[in-house]
Design a protein. Sequence first.
Length: 107
Amino acid sequence: MNHLTLLNITLLFCGFIIKFLYAIQKQKRLNQPFQIAFFFKDSWVSIALTLIAGFASLLMADDLVKMLHIQADNDAPFYTIHALLSGIVPLFFIEKILKLIGATPNE
């Protein structure tokens, strides 16, 4: 948990912003006008899942390194890259799991 630094939290939020902008781009491709209030009302569960999964992934960074047998020193860029990806990737995994079990994600 010694990797829960201001830099890593900032990168985590940058990942959240990237994910948010991706959702806006998705709406734009569908030629639907984007309304922020409707987006939050319609996608609040996805937003909450992304926030929770992102922070959980960040908190488990050391455990993930051990589980995946990654050789990362304390000053390795792995943890900063992991922080950014923790904001982007978790919801994609959740969407894939929902598709596997036959549920449809609300995005």
